[in-house]
Structures are given as structure tokens and as C-alpha cells.
Design a protein around this ligand. Structure first.
Ligand SMILES: [Ca+2]
Length: 359
């Protein structure tokens, strides 16, 4: 799975970085020893401090104004608030866009073939990643146990070990006990199957509440719906909705390895509460970083014959996920990057974002 590719990539680059840093540090020490021991101490302190000090401050965040529903049911063209969860969904109008990355995009993968896609129907997308409080409401109401808690597949949950700087499997780790478990943090360590169960529960409850019609339901976004929304409804073709570069002043990612000409920043080693960085033009927060987000469809190469609003309903062995995470280098946070892993998989940097569909 590409999770291990990303893990290996980060370990390799961390070691390379340390090696380069060590060489530079050694040269500094030689020079500084020739001057004075006092300057040597000061130089080491300065160098160490540089490792953990962000290069530039974070971008300011404008927090959203809560949506007030004016109709009984969601209406096309209007944002919608799921009152029972305090969850806002942004209306995403239909349109066409270029999906994938151009051949000139640095660090692109071969499976990101750029092609035109028509989004024929509008939909609503949650402005935030699925929060811990949302999933907790689901489990408390239904008694549902996540696949990690039931140890489905038996291999545990992938968890980053900050000491060893690699991802290890844990049979004990699940969404309840991982690092950063505040109610407004994104829920982690939930499988694709767990999120589908959440959406089925929410659909049934909102219909029972009388606030959802029978032709409206919650589900995961397809890759095309996710990427169209990330690209501001098709108005960008850049690696990020921010533009050509990404650093940790813009998103919760591994800021030691920014993308493009973004400055080197910080690596928080965990999630942050949702909505702490600027949203895109549609009001969607954390589309780059914090946690990856499951998508509905199976992983398969892009096919020109399916370039018309592909629902990709046929299920296979791997499901896709998008958007990068707190753990990831900038190149994996690109809009066009396609993560893929089995639907029972779970990790401490993989969460979700949901959509509301009207048929
Ligand atoms: Ca995210």
C-alpha cells in the first residue's frame, strides 16, 4: 500500500536531512572552535532553535459564520446545517473541471493523468473533516464499534512512532485512544467501512428527524467530487488550492518538507482541531493536511470512457483517499495525489469528509 511508500519516503528524507544537517553542523563547529568556545555554544543553540522555529507565521483564519437553515429540507444552491451534529455542509454547484495534474507538476505520479470531467449534479460537502464529536455521537447512539476496536483483519492500526520516526502497527490503538482526541479534532483510525456505517446512520436519523428527503443521503465523496471541490469548483489547476506551493504556515503537514518555494516550517506530529487554517474559496477547511480523507470509489487508473462525472460505483480491493495529512510531505498533500488502501485499513492520519447527495 502507498502508506508504506509514504512512510519510507519520509524516513529516507528525514535521514538524508539529518545527514545534511550533520555535515553543515560539523563545518560550523570546526569554524566556531577556531573562534571561541562561547561562540560555539551559541552557534549550536542557534542552529537547534532554527530546527523547531517556524520560518513564517501562519496565515490568519477567518472562521465561518454558522449557517441558519431556512427550509425544512436541503435545497440546491444553499448551504445546509445538520442541526443534530452542528455540522455545516457547503453547496457545490455543478460544472466541469480538469482532474489530475499537468505533466509539468513536480513530484506528480503516473496515475494523475489530467482529463476533463463533468460534474453533472451539485452536492453538499462538509466544511470540516469529520470530527471526533461527530463519530462519538454515532457510536453513542448506535452502539457501533469501529473495525479497529473489533480488530477486523487483525493487523491493527497504523500509528506513527515519533521516537522511531516510522509507522508501526498497534492492536490497541483506535479512534478513542489516539493522540489528539479532542471533540473538534478530526476523527482518525476509522476505516472506509466505518465511515460508510456513519453515513448510513446519519441518513436514517436525519430522515427520521424529518430534515432529509428520501432522495437525499449522506455518503463519501467520489474522487472527482473531492478534487472538483478542492479546486474551487474547477477554477484552479495548481497543485494546491492555495497555488503553486504549500508549507506548514498554510496547512497541518510535515513542514520540514514543504512543496514548491514555500519556506521550511514545523512538524507538529499530530492533528489539530479542524478549521485552524484558511479555507479554499468554497469555504472548505483542511483540504490539504490534518488528516487524509476517504473517498467512495475504488482505486483504478483514470479511464477516458469514464470521464463523465465518474461515480466509480464498481468496488474493488482498494479505496482512495485524498488531501494529505499532518504526517505527510508537501508532495503527498497535492490536490491530484491519489492515496489508496483496503477499506478495512485504518491509521492515525486517515479520517474522512462527507457529502450529501440528492438524486
Ligand atoms: Ca484534510
Amino acid at each position: 500500500m502507498d502508506l508504506m511508500e509514504r512512510n519510507s519516503d519520509m524516513i529516507y528524507k528525514n535521514k538524508s536531512n539529518l545527514s545534511r544537517a550533520g555535515a553543515v553542523n560539523g563545518l560550523k563547529i570546526v569554524i566556531l572552535v577556531l573562534v571561541t568556545a562561547g561562540i560555539l555554544s551559541g552557534g549550536i543553540f542557534y542552529f537547534q532553535k532554527r530546527q523547531i522555529t517556524p520560518s513564517i507565521p501562519r496565515l490568519p483564519v477567518v472562521h465561518p459564520t454558522p449557517v441558519v437553515n431556512t427550509t425544512q429540507f436541503p435545497q440546491s444552491g444553499q448551504d445546509w446545517r445538520v442541526e443534530s451534529l452542528g455540522m455545516t455542509l457547503k453547496w457545490i454547484a455543478p460544472g466541469e473541471f480538469l482532474m489530475g495534474s499537468p505533466g509539468t507538476e513536480a513530484k506528480r505520479r503516473d496515475d494523475e493523468w489530467q482529463h476533463k470531467v463533468d460534474i453533472l449534479e451539485g452536492y453538499w460537502m462538509s466544511q470540516f473533516e469529520l470530527r471526533h464529536r461527530d463519530f462519538q455521537a454515532f457510536t453513542q447512539s448506535s452502539g457501533y464499534l469501529s473495525e479497529a476496536e473489533r480488530q477486523i483483519e487483525g493487523y491493527g492500526t497504523w500509528v506513527f512512532d515519533p521516537q522511531k520516526k516510522e509507522i508501526l502497527q498497534s492492536l490497541e490503538a483506535n479512534w478513542r485512544n489516539l493522540h489528539a482526541n479532542g471533540p473538534d479534532h478530526p476523527v482518525m483510525a476509522i476505516s472506509w467501512n466505518d465511515v460508510v456505517a456513519f453515513c448510513e446512520w446519519l441518513t436514517a436519523r436525519e430522515r427520521a428527524n424529518g430534515s432529509l428527503q428520501d432522495n437525499q443521503y449522506f455518503t463519501l465523496p467520489t474522487e472527482s467530487q473531492w478534487e472538483y471541490a478542492c479546486r474551487n469548483a474547477g477554477s484552479t489547476t495548481t497543485p494546491f488550492h492555495f497555488g503553486e506551493s504549500l508549507g506548514s504556515h498554510q496547512a497541518n503537514m510535515n513542514g520540514y518538507f514543504p512543496y514548491g518555494d514555500a519556506p521550511r516550517g514545523i512538524f507538529l506530529h499530530t492533528t489539530e482541531p479542524v478549521g485552524q487554517y484558511p479555507p479554499n474559496a468554497l469555504g472548505l477547511y483542511d483540504m490539504h493536511g490534518n488528516v487524509f480523507e476517504w473517498c467512495l470509489n475504488q482505486y483504478q487508473p483514470y479511464d477516458p470512457s469514464q470521464a463523465l462525472n465518474p461515480a466509480d460505483a464498481e468496488m474493488g480491493d482498494l479505496r482512495c483517499y485524498r488531501g494529505g495529512s499532518w504526517f505527510d510531505l508537501g508532495e503527498y498533500c497535492r490536490t491530484a495525489y491519489r492515496g489508496k488502501t483496503p477499506p478495512s485499513d485504518r491509521s492515525d492520519h486517515l479520517g474522512a469528509r462527507i457529502v450529501l447527495i440528492q438524486e
